[in-house]
Write a new protein. Structure first.
Length: 267
C-alpha cells in the first residue's frame, strides 16, 4: 500500500485513514516499534473506521527508509529527533497518540514535551531501559552495547530473536535485505533511549493508558505497570492472552484500548 502523503524534510511516509463520516474528534496517531513498520498497525486502523487514524513509517523503516530522490534517510538517533518527526506528521495540530513498544516511548516523550498538542496517550509495553532493573540481556540492550556490530547483522539478529529462525529463513531474499537495511534505524532507536530517560513521568499531565499483554515477559509487564503507577493521570490496561505483538495477534482488543484512550481525551 502506497503512502497517502510524505511529510518533513526526510519525506516520512504517512498512511491516512479519514473517518468514514464527518467527525470532530482529534486525529489518532499510531506509532510502530523497533524493527517494525506502519503496515503492522493496519489491522488496528481498519477496526477504527469512525476515527481519523494516521499511521507512519518512522525514519529509517519501511517506506521511510529512503527520502526525496531515493536518498538514504539518516536515522533519528535522539529522542528529540523522534519527537520532531511525529510533530511533522501531525503538522503541529492537537491529537491523540498511541504507540507500540518503542513507538510508545516516542508517544510519551512527545506528550511530555508538548502537552499542548497531545490530548491523551496510550503506550503498549513501552520500554524503560534507563531504569536500574531493566535487563541487560534484552535484544535491544545487546544491540546498544555492541559498538562494533554491523547494522545489517544487528537487524538480522534482532529479527531472528523476534520471529524465529524458521520464519526468517522463509522470507524472500528481497524482504530479508530490506529488513537488514533497517539496521541503522534499529541501532539509533536503542541508543536514543539508553543515553538518558526519554521523558519525566511528572511531565505527563494528560490521560495516559499504559498497556501490557497478559502473557508478556516480566520486564515488559513491569515497565507498563511502573508507568501506570508513576505517571500522575495514568491507568493500566491489560490485553488478556496477548504477548508483545498484541497489535497483530489481538487487533480487536488493541483497537478497544485505542477507543478507551479517545474516550479519556473527550472527558
Amino acid at each position: 500500500m502506497k503512502p497517502t502523503r510524505r511529510v518533513g524534510s526526510h519525506g516520512l511516509a504517512v498512511h491516512e485513514h479519514p473517518a468514514a463520516a464527518d467527525a470532530t474528534d482529534l486525529p489518532v496517531i499510531l506509532i510502530h516499534g523497533t524493527m517494525d513498520r506502519a503496515t503492522s498497525l493496519a489491522k488496528v486502523a481498519r477496526r477504527l473506521p469512525d476515527l481519523h487514524v494516521i499511521r507512519y513509517d518512522r525514519r529509517g523503516y519501511g517506506d521511510s527508509l529512503l527520502g526525496p530522490g531515493d536518498t538514504p534517510v539518516p536515522p533519528a538517533d535522539t529522542v528529540e529527533a523522534q519527537v520532531a518527526d511525529l510533530l511533522d506528521v501531525v503538522d503541529r495540530t492537537r491529537c491523540i497518540v498511541v504507540g507500540h513498544s518503542m513507538g510508545g516511548t516516542v508517544a510519551l516523550a512527545a506528550a511530555a514535551r508538548r502537552p499542548d498538542l497531545i490530548a491523551a496517550v496510550a503506550a503498549y509495553e513501552s520500554p524503560r531501559p534507563w531504569v536500574p532493573w531493566w535487563p541487560t540481556t534484552s535484544p535491544g540492550a545487546r544491540v546498544a552495547d555492541d559498538a562494533e556490530l554491523d547494522p545489517a547483522t544487528a537487524a538480522e539478529r534482532f529479527m531472528r530473536r523476534m520471529i524465529g529462525d524458521a520464519q526468517w529463513d522463509r522470507m524472500p531474499a528481497s524482504s530479508r535485505e530490506k529488513r537488514r537495511a533497517e539496521g541503522p534505524a534499529l541501532i539509533a532507536d536503542m541508543v536514543a533511549i539508553r543515553s538518558a530517560p526519554a521523558y519525566r513521568d511528572a511531565d505527563l499531565t494528560m490521560p495516559v493508558v499504559s498497556a501490557r499483554g497478559g502473557e508478556s515477559t516480566d520486564h515488559h509487564s513491569r515497565a507498563a505497570e511502573e508507568i501506570a503507577a508513576s505517571v500522575p493521570n495514568a491507568e493500566l490496561w491489560v490485553i488478556d492472552g496477548a504477548c508483545h505483538g498484541a497489535h497483530l495477534t489481538h487487533p480487536d482488543e488493541f483497537a478497544a484500548m485505542v477507543r478507551h484512550t479517545v474516550a479519556l481525551a473527550r472527558s
